[in-house]
Write a protein that binds this ligand. Sequence first.
Ligand code: AMP
Length: 288
Amino acid sequence: MPLKSTARRPRVAHTLPALHRAIAELRGRNASLALVPTMGALHDGHLSLVRLAQRRAKKVVVSIFVNPAQFAPHEDLSSYPRTWKEDVAKLTAEGVDLIWNPAAAIMYPDGFATRLAPVGPAAAGLEDRIRPHFFGGVATVVCKLFTQSRPDVAIFGEKDYQQLKVVTQMSRDLDLRVKVVGAPVVRERDGLAMSSRNVYLSPEHRAAAPVLFKVLKACAARLRAGEALAGVLRDGTSEVTNAGFALDYLEARHAETLAPVAASSEGPMRLLIAARIGSTRLIDNVKV
Ligand code: AMP
């Protein structure tokens, strides 16, 4: 892709004073500001959020922070892919204005003792059932990112659908005055949702991985055609399991509240899946 005319390396802030200085300069006379929170290892999914941010605001900040507070001790914090140089090159090509890249000790200095405990969509019984520590860590870091950079808008991917709902609720509940905007899932050509964790997949598991989207699409089509939920989910479950996955959940939920729904007559539906293959855990979702 050709470099945009603004292909100048973004400013990079590693400390809070540097962040505040850079943001004051970017905002100048009230330029609007969008934040795109990421954990780095950037792919086209992240870049689509950046492009949406550029349409929604004059200036764009991307945070790159692998947030220890959302990983359980047995999870992949230490092995999570870190590709700083490539990330900066990609954000330069996109014409991003500022990268916020704090160290863990800046985000959580010695003596840090506060953690949000979100409920509502964070207690829907999906990701929270499998990763009980996760949304407390996400809500805490996103709340900090919002108060540190004070954006007008923040862009989150629908790829992490429950997270999008949790963050939207948190911003509203805490009067943070940040409009949370969702962006559609970006996929590989074979349908696999892009994820920084896809690099963990062996060639054999990578070949099996598109089954998740295939099953979601097929289930959504059958539900739209009026088939009963139980049979549709039963078939979906067997297909995913037969492809070698261990299923954490395949569920139909209300697209806004994430409450369980039995039929599309109960409101807009979202189908959500999480499954493990080898040591990799993948999630995905589609609109019904
Ligand atoms: P992460 O770096 O995985 O924490 O993701 C940062 C942001 O990018 C989150 O809002 C994710 O939902 C979003 N994101 C990750 N993968 C995709 C994708 N394939 N399509 C759209 N957004 C994504």
